[in-house]
Design a protein around this ligand. Structure first.
Ligand code: IPM
Ligand code: MG
Length: 360
Protein backbone atom coordinates (compact mmCIF):
# COMPACT_ATOMS: atom_id res chain seq x y z
CA UNK A 1 0.00 0.00 0.00
CA UNK A 2 1.32 3.45 -0.92
CA UNK A 3 2.02 5.52 2.16
CA UNK A 4 2.44 9.27 2.66
CA UNK A 5 3.75 10.95 5.79
CA UNK A 6 2.04 14.21 6.60
CA UNK A 7 3.21 16.70 9.19
CA UNK A 8 0.11 17.84 11.00
CA UNK A 9 0.55 21.35 12.38
CA UNK A 10 -2.81 22.31 13.86
CA UNK A 11 -1.52 25.52 15.45
CA UNK A 12 -3.64 27.76 17.65
CA UNK A 13 -7.28 28.70 18.16
CA UNK A 14 -9.62 26.71 15.97
CA UNK A 15 -6.72 25.22 13.98
CA UNK A 16 -7.17 21.80 15.55
CA UNK A 17 -10.90 21.72 14.86
CA UNK A 18 -10.47 22.36 11.14
CA UNK A 19 -7.46 20.08 10.63
CA UNK A 20 -9.29 17.24 12.45
CA UNK A 21 -11.96 17.38 9.74
CA UNK A 22 -9.42 17.47 6.91
CA UNK A 23 -7.71 14.41 8.41
CA UNK A 24 -11.07 12.63 8.51
CA UNK A 25 -11.66 13.36 4.84
CA UNK A 26 -8.12 12.38 3.81
CA UNK A 27 -8.53 9.07 5.61
CA UNK A 28 -11.75 8.44 3.70
CA UNK A 29 -9.98 9.17 0.41
CA UNK A 30 -7.18 6.86 1.49
CA UNK A 31 -9.70 4.09 2.10
CA UNK A 32 -11.10 4.58 -1.36
CA UNK A 33 -7.76 4.55 -3.17
CA UNK A 34 -5.88 2.18 -0.84
CA UNK A 35 -3.43 4.84 0.24
CA UNK A 36 -2.21 5.19 3.79
CA UNK A 37 -1.84 8.69 5.20
CA UNK A 38 0.24 8.81 8.33
CA UNK A 39 -0.18 12.01 10.36
CA UNK A 40 2.52 13.18 12.73
CA UNK A 41 1.54 16.17 14.87
CA UNK A 42 3.86 18.98 16.00
CA UNK A 43 3.43 22.37 17.62
CA UNK A 44 3.58 25.68 15.76
CA UNK A 45 2.62 29.22 16.71
CA UNK A 46 1.60 30.33 20.19
CA UNK A 47 1.18 26.79 21.50
CA UNK A 48 4.78 26.07 20.48
CA UNK A 49 5.95 29.26 22.19
CA UNK A 50 4.29 28.09 25.43
CA UNK A 51 6.40 24.92 25.41
CA UNK A 52 9.63 25.88 23.60
CA UNK A 53 9.74 29.69 23.94
CA UNK A 54 9.79 29.93 20.16
CA UNK A 55 6.81 29.71 17.78
CA UNK A 56 8.75 27.54 15.30
CA UNK A 57 10.86 24.99 17.18
CA UNK A 58 13.48 22.97 15.30
CA UNK A 59 11.55 19.75 15.91
CA UNK A 60 8.63 21.18 13.96
CA UNK A 61 10.71 22.46 11.05
CA UNK A 62 12.64 19.16 10.92
CA UNK A 63 9.42 17.17 10.88
CA UNK A 64 8.07 19.37 8.07
CA UNK A 65 11.25 18.75 6.07
CA UNK A 66 11.18 15.00 6.39
CA UNK A 67 7.45 14.68 5.65
CA UNK A 68 5.88 14.32 2.22
CA UNK A 69 3.69 17.36 2.86
CA UNK A 70 2.56 19.71 5.65
CA UNK A 71 -1.05 20.33 6.64
CA UNK A 72 -1.39 23.50 8.69
CA UNK A 73 -4.40 24.84 10.59
CA UNK A 74 -3.75 28.42 11.69
CA UNK A 75 -1.59 30.32 14.14
CA UNK A 76 -2.23 33.23 16.50
CA UNK A 77 -4.19 34.09 19.60
CA UNK A 78 -4.86 37.38 21.39
CA UNK A 79 -2.95 35.85 24.34
CA UNK A 80 0.30 36.39 22.44
CA UNK A 81 -0.38 39.92 21.24
CA UNK A 82 2.12 41.43 23.64
CA UNK A 83 5.03 39.14 22.84
CA UNK A 84 8.09 40.68 21.19
CA UNK A 85 7.74 40.62 17.36
CA UNK A 86 10.46 37.97 16.95
CA UNK A 87 8.48 35.30 18.82
CA UNK A 88 4.93 36.15 17.81
CA UNK A 89 2.96 33.24 16.30
CA UNK A 90 2.91 34.87 12.84
CA UNK A 91 6.72 34.66 12.78
CA UNK A 92 6.36 30.87 12.67
CA UNK A 93 4.43 31.11 9.42
CA UNK A 94 7.07 33.31 7.83
CA UNK A 95 9.78 31.04 9.24
CA UNK A 96 8.34 27.81 7.89
CA UNK A 97 7.67 29.40 4.48
CA UNK A 98 11.29 30.52 4.30
CA UNK A 99 12.65 27.34 5.90
CA UNK A 100 10.95 25.13 3.30
CA UNK A 101 11.56 27.62 0.47
CA UNK A 102 7.83 27.79 -0.25
CA UNK A 103 8.05 30.62 -2.75
CA UNK A 104 4.87 29.86 -4.69
CA UNK A 105 1.57 30.41 -2.97
CA UNK A 106 -1.53 29.34 -4.92
CA UNK A 107 -4.75 30.86 -3.67
CA UNK A 108 -7.80 29.95 -5.70
CA UNK A 109 -10.87 32.14 -5.32
CA UNK A 110 -13.77 30.26 -6.84
CA UNK A 111 -17.41 31.09 -6.43
CA UNK A 112 -19.60 28.04 -5.88
CA UNK A 113 -22.90 28.20 -7.78
CA UNK A 114 -24.62 27.05 -4.58
CA UNK A 115 -23.30 30.08 -2.71
CA UNK A 116 -23.44 33.02 -5.12
CA UNK A 117 -25.92 34.82 -2.84
CA UNK A 118 -23.39 34.77 -0.03
CA UNK A 119 -21.11 37.34 -1.55
CA UNK A 120 -21.59 40.94 -0.46
CA UNK A 121 -21.33 41.73 -4.18
CA UNK A 122 -24.18 41.34 -6.66
CA UNK A 123 -24.81 37.78 -7.79
CA UNK A 124 -24.43 38.63 -11.47
CA UNK A 125 -21.01 40.17 -10.78
CA UNK A 126 -19.56 37.19 -8.94
CA UNK A 127 -21.39 34.21 -10.50
CA UNK A 128 -18.97 31.68 -12.02
CA UNK A 129 -15.87 33.63 -11.00
CA UNK A 130 -12.84 31.35 -10.89
CA UNK A 131 -9.53 33.04 -10.20
CA UNK A 132 -6.16 31.62 -9.20
CA UNK A 133 -3.90 34.05 -7.39
CA UNK A 134 -0.22 33.12 -7.61
CA UNK A 135 1.49 35.02 -4.80
CA UNK A 136 5.27 35.11 -4.33
CA UNK A 137 5.78 34.05 -0.72
CA UNK A 138 9.41 34.25 0.40
CA UNK A 139 10.58 37.68 -0.72
CA UNK A 140 9.43 41.30 -1.00
CA UNK A 141 8.98 43.74 1.86
CA UNK A 142 8.17 40.77 4.15
CA UNK A 143 11.79 39.65 4.19
CA UNK A 144 13.77 42.59 2.78
CA UNK A 145 16.55 44.26 4.74
CA UNK A 146 17.42 46.70 6.15
CA UNK A 147 14.40 46.90 8.40
CA UNK A 148 13.66 48.19 11.84
CA UNK A 149 12.72 51.13 14.01
CA UNK A 150 15.50 53.59 14.82
CA UNK A 151 15.99 57.14 15.93
CA UNK A 152 16.68 59.40 12.99
CA UNK A 153 16.69 63.19 12.88
CA UNK A 154 15.60 63.22 16.49
CA UNK A 155 12.50 61.06 16.08
CA UNK A 156 11.50 57.44 15.63
CA UNK A 157 11.87 56.12 12.10
CA UNK A 158 10.40 52.80 10.88
CA UNK A 159 11.51 51.17 7.64
CA UNK A 160 11.29 48.01 5.53
CA UNK A 161 12.72 47.23 2.15
CA UNK A 162 10.62 46.13 -0.82
CA UNK A 163 13.05 44.17 -2.97
CA UNK A 164 13.29 41.27 -5.38
CA UNK A 165 16.12 39.48 -7.13
CA UNK A 166 15.51 38.83 -10.80
CA UNK A 167 15.83 35.08 -10.11
CA UNK A 168 13.03 35.25 -7.54
CA UNK A 169 10.74 36.97 -10.03
CA UNK A 170 11.66 34.50 -12.76
CA UNK A 171 10.83 31.38 -10.77
CA UNK A 172 7.44 32.62 -9.58
CA UNK A 173 6.65 33.84 -13.10
CA UNK A 174 7.39 30.35 -14.45
CA UNK A 175 5.01 28.88 -11.86
CA UNK A 176 2.28 31.33 -12.86
CA UNK A 177 2.68 30.73 -16.60
CA UNK A 178 2.52 26.97 -16.02
CA UNK A 179 -0.61 27.34 -13.89
CA UNK A 180 -2.18 29.54 -16.58
CA UNK A 181 -1.31 26.98 -19.28
CA UNK A 182 -3.34 24.40 -17.36
CA UNK A 183 -6.29 26.78 -17.05
CA UNK A 184 -7.54 29.37 -19.56
CA UNK A 185 -4.18 30.71 -20.75
CA UNK A 186 -4.67 34.19 -19.33
CA UNK A 187 -2.20 35.73 -16.93
CA UNK A 188 -2.45 39.17 -15.37
CA UNK A 189 0.70 40.35 -13.59
CA UNK A 190 0.00 42.90 -10.87
CA UNK A 191 2.59 45.47 -9.80
CA UNK A 192 3.11 49.17 -9.08
CA UNK A 193 5.54 49.86 -11.91
CA UNK A 194 4.35 53.46 -12.28
CA UNK A 195 5.96 54.24 -8.91
CA UNK A 196 8.26 51.49 -7.66
CA UNK A 197 11.63 50.46 -9.11
CA UNK A 198 11.23 46.95 -7.77
CA UNK A 199 7.98 46.73 -9.75
CA UNK A 200 9.72 47.91 -12.93
CA UNK A 201 12.11 44.99 -12.60
CA UNK A 202 9.13 42.73 -11.85
CA UNK A 203 7.36 43.77 -15.05
CA UNK A 204 10.47 43.55 -17.26
CA UNK A 205 11.26 40.09 -15.92
CA UNK A 206 7.73 38.75 -16.33
CA UNK A 207 7.74 39.98 -19.95
CA UNK A 208 11.06 38.20 -20.50
CA UNK A 209 9.72 34.92 -19.09
CA UNK A 210 6.51 35.25 -21.14
CA UNK A 211 8.51 34.57 -24.33
CA UNK A 212 8.71 30.93 -23.27
CA UNK A 213 4.90 30.70 -23.04
CA UNK A 214 3.55 31.99 -26.35
CA UNK A 215 0.13 30.44 -25.73
CA UNK A 216 -0.49 32.43 -22.56
CA UNK A 217 -1.91 35.91 -23.00
CA UNK A 218 -0.05 38.23 -20.60
CA UNK A 219 -1.48 41.51 -19.33
CA UNK A 220 -0.26 43.91 -16.64
CA UNK A 221 -2.21 45.88 -14.08
CA UNK A 222 -1.26 48.33 -11.36
CA UNK A 223 -2.21 47.02 -7.95
CA UNK A 224 -4.64 49.84 -7.14
CA UNK A 225 -6.53 49.22 -10.36
CA UNK A 226 -6.43 45.46 -9.75
CA UNK A 227 -8.03 45.95 -6.33
CA UNK A 228 -10.81 47.89 -8.02
CA UNK A 229 -11.24 45.51 -10.99
CA UNK A 230 -11.45 42.50 -8.66
CA UNK A 231 -14.74 43.70 -7.29
CA UNK A 232 -15.97 45.57 -10.38
CA UNK A 233 -15.58 42.71 -12.86
CA UNK A 234 -13.86 39.66 -11.31
CA UNK A 235 -14.67 37.39 -14.25
CA UNK A 236 -12.04 39.14 -16.39
CA UNK A 237 -9.33 37.32 -14.40
CA UNK A 238 -8.01 33.81 -14.86
CA UNK A 239 -4.58 33.74 -13.16
CA UNK A 240 -3.17 36.71 -11.25
CA UNK A 241 0.58 36.80 -10.62
CA UNK A 242 1.87 39.14 -7.95
CA UNK A 243 4.42 39.76 -5.21
CA UNK A 244 4.16 38.88 -1.54
CA UNK A 245 2.45 41.91 -0.05
CA UNK A 246 0.17 42.73 -2.97
CA UNK A 247 -0.83 39.05 -3.02
CA UNK A 248 -1.56 39.09 0.70
CA UNK A 249 -3.95 41.99 0.27
CA UNK A 250 -5.58 40.96 -3.01
CA UNK A 251 -6.21 37.39 -1.83
CA UNK A 252 -8.16 38.55 1.22
CA UNK A 253 -10.13 40.85 -1.04
CA UNK A 254 -10.79 38.04 -3.52
CA UNK A 255 -12.09 35.80 -0.73
CA UNK A 256 -15.12 38.05 -0.45
CA UNK A 257 -16.15 37.10 -3.98
CA UNK A 258 -16.94 33.67 -2.54
CA UNK A 259 -18.62 35.17 0.49
CA UNK A 260 -16.63 33.59 3.30
CA UNK A 261 -12.99 33.33 4.31
CA UNK A 262 -13.96 29.88 5.56
CA UNK A 263 -14.08 28.47 2.04
CA UNK A 264 -10.69 29.28 0.58
CA UNK A 265 -7.75 26.86 0.57
CA UNK A 266 -4.14 27.45 -0.35
CA UNK A 267 -1.03 25.59 -1.41
CA UNK A 268 2.52 26.81 -0.82
CA UNK A 269 5.04 25.11 -3.05
CA UNK A 270 8.80 25.00 -3.46
CA UNK A 271 10.92 23.65 -6.29
CA UNK A 272 11.64 20.52 -4.26
CA UNK A 273 9.07 18.19 -2.69
CA UNK A 274 8.46 20.59 0.21
CA UNK A 275 4.89 21.82 0.26
CA UNK A 276 2.43 23.16 2.78
CA UNK A 277 -1.35 23.34 2.63
CA UNK A 278 -3.46 25.62 4.78
CA UNK A 279 -6.73 27.55 4.78
CA UNK A 280 -6.31 31.25 4.08
CA UNK A 281 -8.30 32.19 7.17
CA UNK A 282 -6.80 32.77 10.63
CA UNK A 283 -7.14 30.96 13.93
CA UNK A 284 -10.37 32.62 15.17
CA UNK A 285 -9.46 32.13 18.86
CA UNK A 286 -12.78 33.63 19.98
CA UNK A 287 -14.59 30.66 18.38
CA UNK A 288 -12.27 27.97 19.74
CA UNK A 289 -13.91 24.85 21.15
CA UNK A 290 -17.39 25.81 20.03
CA UNK A 291 -17.63 23.48 17.01
CA UNK A 292 -18.84 26.36 14.82
CA UNK A 293 -16.06 27.20 12.37
CA UNK A 294 -16.14 26.11 8.76
CA UNK A 295 -13.71 23.27 7.96
CA UNK A 296 -14.21 23.53 4.17
CA UNK A 297 -11.15 25.72 3.51
CA UNK A 298 -8.93 23.20 5.28
CA UNK A 299 -10.61 20.22 3.62
CA UNK A 300 -10.08 21.86 0.22
CA UNK A 301 -6.45 22.53 1.19
CA UNK A 302 -6.09 18.79 1.79
CA UNK A 303 -7.55 18.27 -1.67
CA UNK A 304 -4.88 20.59 -3.11
CA UNK A 305 -2.28 18.44 -1.35
CA UNK A 306 -3.54 15.37 -3.20
CA UNK A 307 -3.22 17.19 -6.50
CA UNK A 308 -0.01 19.15 -6.12
CA UNK A 309 2.07 16.89 -3.87
CA UNK A 310 0.85 13.43 -4.80
CA UNK A 311 -0.55 13.85 -8.33
CA UNK A 312 -3.80 12.23 -7.21
CA UNK A 313 -6.04 14.33 -9.44
CA UNK A 314 -9.09 12.13 -9.21
CA UNK A 315 -8.88 11.98 -5.40
CA UNK A 316 -8.65 15.78 -5.45
CA UNK A 317 -11.76 15.93 -7.62
CA UNK A 318 -13.57 13.53 -5.29
CA UNK A 319 -13.13 15.93 -2.38
CA UNK A 320 -14.14 18.99 -4.40
CA UNK A 321 -17.22 17.17 -5.67
CA UNK A 322 -18.09 15.99 -2.16
CA UNK A 323 -17.89 19.58 -0.90
CA UNK A 324 -20.11 20.78 -3.74
CA UNK A 325 -22.64 18.01 -3.17
CA UNK A 326 -22.71 18.86 0.54
CA UNK A 327 -23.43 22.51 -0.24
CA UNK A 328 -26.02 21.56 -2.86
CA UNK A 329 -27.81 19.43 -0.28
CA UNK A 330 -28.07 22.53 1.90
CA UNK A 331 -25.61 21.73 4.68
CA UNK A 332 -24.21 24.94 6.13
CA UNK A 333 -21.90 26.03 8.90
CA UNK A 334 -22.80 29.30 10.55
CA UNK A 335 -20.58 31.52 8.38
CA UNK A 336 -22.26 30.42 5.14
CA UNK A 337 -25.85 29.94 6.29
CA UNK A 338 -28.58 32.19 5.02
CA UNK A 339 -31.78 33.05 6.85
CA UNK A 340 -33.93 30.02 7.56
CA UNK A 341 -31.24 27.45 6.85
CA UNK A 342 -30.34 24.77 9.30
CA UNK A 343 -26.84 25.14 10.72
CA UNK A 344 -24.47 22.26 11.45
CA UNK A 345 -21.22 22.22 13.38
CA UNK A 346 -17.60 21.84 12.31
CA UNK A 347 -17.39 18.10 12.93
CA UNK A 348 -20.81 17.40 11.40
CA UNK A 349 -19.71 19.25 8.26
CA UNK A 350 -16.59 17.07 8.14
CA UNK A 351 -18.71 13.93 8.56
CA UNK A 352 -21.08 14.83 5.73
CA UNK A 353 -18.21 15.64 3.37
CA UNK A 354 -16.46 12.39 4.32
CA UNK A 355 -19.67 10.43 3.60
CA UNK A 356 -20.00 12.19 0.26
CA UNK A 357 -16.43 11.22 -0.62
CA UNK A 358 -17.19 7.58 0.15
CA UNK A 359 -20.66 7.63 -1.46
CA UNK A 360 -20.63 10.23 -4.24
C1 IPM B 1 -1.55 35.20 5.13
C2 IPM B 1 -1.44 35.92 6.45
C3 IPM B 1 0.03 36.02 6.81
C4 IPM B 1 0.72 36.83 5.74
C5 IPM B 1 0.35 36.60 8.20
C6 IPM B 1 -0.44 35.91 9.30
C7 IPM B 1 1.81 36.54 8.51
O1 IPM B 1 -2.05 37.15 6.39
O2 IPM B 1 -1.13 34.03 5.04
O3 IPM B 1 -2.10 35.79 4.20
O4 IPM B 1 0.75 38.07 5.81
O5 IPM B 1 1.24 36.22 4.81
MG1 MG C 1 -3.11 37.49 4.59
Amino acid sequence: MKKYNIALLAGDGTGKEVTDEAVKVLKAVGEKYSIEFDFEPALIGGCAYDVYKTPLPDVTLDLAKKSDAVLLGAVGDWKYDNLPPEVRPEKALLGIRKGLNLFANLRPASVYPELTQLSPLKEEVVASTDIMIVRELTGDVYFGTPKGIEIKEGQKFGFNNMCYFESEIKRIAHTAFKVASQRNNKLCSVDKANVLDVSRLWRETVIEVSKEYPNVELTHMYVDNAAMQLIRAPKQFDVILTGNIFGDILSDEASMLSGSLGLLPSASLSDSKYAMYEPIHGSAPDLKGQNVVNPIATILSAAMMLKYSFNLDSAHDDIVNAVRKTLKLGYRTKDIAQAGMEIIGTSEMGNVIKDNVLHP
